[in-house]
Design a protein around this ligand. Structure first.
Ligand code: KIV
Ligand code: ZN
Length: 522
């Protein structure tokens, strides 16, 4: 087996920024992807699939920035087996001295006939040519046979053998449509490892989608049969029902180490901070009952369970919250806490903050401590993940009043004042179904940006009457989906802040497009 001198090591290939980001509702800006990539490297993932370089200029730039800045993990870009794609990946990855190009082509009969309209031989030739071209940029090339699970076994073995002979170090067997079962994939990996020519020269990888809820079980079954790379995502995000969840496969192999007899290099206390960062960036939290990182994963509500836990934690706990970086501590910071204690707390919580952001977040912390009696860990987490929520304009919410009530003939309303960086200050009073709706109408009226609200959620950051509330909104503007977040001890203010964040993003994007058009005309 190439590369893996340690035959029991399973490589973790994270595709949160590629397969994950591809899913509706999970798009990230380039700055957010870079922040996430740093976190993935702190988590110790072996390979970060940073994107699909040829997909767009934005993807190309983001892969380049990650390749330049993020050390410690191999940085990878996806390409179809064609010259343009591979060249784009090679160029985007150029700044990295630890890179991988991942080439793929579909192999199943349905894809051959209806999507590619290519013969079996043409597909093998294309795969080999793609791998050879990728090798001119790096000796670390991975090949994927898309829809491998629905491919005839003999043909799959032929393609993978040709890929290894052409120089692919890793061969990936995707369950593109989430169709397989643990028994079936275990049998397939066992058979492939015995029948693919040169199998001992490559790492065999599993890439499982979750359409039947089996992605994690299937990935683990592939490992039992000798697979030594798992492709997965944080919180299991990904196309349709998602990909195998990184935290679940990693913790299963760790907690049931003697069952699987393998290990990974994942720094597990970074799992929870990575999951929370992704949720914050995308505005999509993991389900409350999600294994490992869901809010209830370590909560013991019933009396019987609590009694057992007090007697011995292992009565109801198979792993410790600390193992995944869930630090449960009491409030320790208040308005008299200094910068040193604040930075220390950030580290204890497994959070990271760039040096140039510390001052801003510390100022936001002091402002919050003035308003709120008690500062909990989750308050600190919200401040750090939002990086102190500095509004970068062009619009700023400078004042607002909202009226709600239940009297007959009473109409809720909101008076909103926004200031634009060009010097305009505009006040608008609007009516609505409630104060939030009225405030949204006023913001849309002032900015002229008529978004459609698709989803609106308020969550309390901590317990207590004076808890901060986070408002997360998802809106549609023209054909694009945007999300914004606001955080305040007043939930109506947090909702309006969330919309202001979104209209700012839309206005900045259209200004950038306008500049690009003018530039192109010059
Ligand atoms: O699901 C899939 O087949 C993929 C490949 C591109 C690896 O994501
Ligand atoms: Zn996939």
């Amino acid at each position: 087996m190439a590369e893996a001198e340690d035959k029991n090591r399973v490589y973790i290939f994270d595709t949160t920024l590629r397969d994950g980001e591809q899913a509706p509702g999970f798009s990230m800006s380039n700055a957010q992807k870079l922040r996430m990539a740093h976190k993935l490297s702190d988590l110790g993932v072996d390979i970060i699939e940073a994107g699909f370089a040829r997909a767009s200029q934005g993807d190309f730039d983001s892969i380049s920035a990650i390749a330049k800045e993020v050390k410690g993990s191999t940085i990878c870009s996806l390409s179809r087996c064609n010259e343009g794609d591979i060249e784009a990946s090679g160029k985007a990855l150029a700044p990295s001295d630890n890179k991988r190009i991942h080439v793929f082509i579909a192999t199943s009969p349905i894809h051959r006939e209806f999507k590619l309209k290519m013969s079996k031989e043409e597909i093998v030739d294309r795969a080999v040519a793609g791998i050879k071209q990728a090798l001119t940029y790096t000796d670390n090339v991975e090949f994927s046979a898309e829809d491998a699970i629905r491919t005839e076994r003999d043909y799959l073995a032929q393609v993978l053998g040709a890929a290894i002979e052409a120089g692919a170090r890793t061969v990936n067997i995707p369950d593109t449509v989430g169709y397989t079962t643990p028994d079936e994939i275990k049998d397939l990996f066992t058979w492939l490892l015995a029948n693919v020519k040169g199998a001992d020269k490559a790492i065999f990888s599993a890439h499982c989608h979750n359409d039947l809820g089996l992605a994690v079980a299937n990935s683990l079954a592939a490992v039992q049969a000798g697979g030594r790379q798992i492709e997965c995502t944080i919180n299991g995000i990904g196309e349709r029902a998602g990909n195998a969840s990184l935290e679940e496969v990693v913790m299963a192999m760790r907690v049931r180490g003697s069952e699987y007899g393998v290990h990974t290099n994942i720094n597990t206390p970074m799992i929870y901070p990575a999951s929370r960062l992704l949720a914050n960036i995308t505005g999509q939290s993991a389900a409350r009952n999600k294994a490992i990182v869901g809010e209830n994963a370590f909560a013991h509500e019933s009396g019987i369970h609590q009694h057992g836990m007090l007697a011995n934690r292992e009565t109801y706990e198979i792993m410790k919250p600390e193992d995944i970086g869930l630090v449960k501590s009491n409030l320790v910071l208040g308005k008299h806490s200094g910068r040193h204690a604040f930075v220390d707390k950030i580290k204890t919580l497994g959070l990271t903050l760039a040096d140039d952001k510390v001052d801003t977040v510390f100022v936001a912390f002091k402002a919050l401590a003035d308003k709120k009696k008690e500062i909990y860990d989750s308050d600190i987490e919200a401040l750090v993940l939002g990086e102190g929520k500095v509004n970068i304009g062009p619009w700023t919410l400078t004042a607002m009043k909202a009226y709600s009530g239940q009297e007959k003939d009473f109409n809720p309303s909101a008076e909103i004042t926004l200031t634009h960086e060009d010097g305009r200050t505009v006040t608008q009073t609007s009516k609505g179904e409630g104060p939030v709706n009225a405030g949204f109408e006023a913001v849309k009226e002032i900015t002229g940006i008529d978004v459609t609200l698709e989803n609106f959620k308020i969550t309390a950051v901590t317990r207590g009457d004076d808890a901060q509330g986070t408002s997360t909104i998802h809106v549609r503007y023209k054909d694009d989906l945007y999300h914004g977040q606001g955080i305040s001890t007043d939930v109506v203010v947090s909702a309006i802040e969330a919309l202001v964040e979104v209209v700012n993003r839309i206005e900045r994007k259209s200004a950038a497009n306008h500049d690009a058009r003018i530039h192109a005309q010059l």
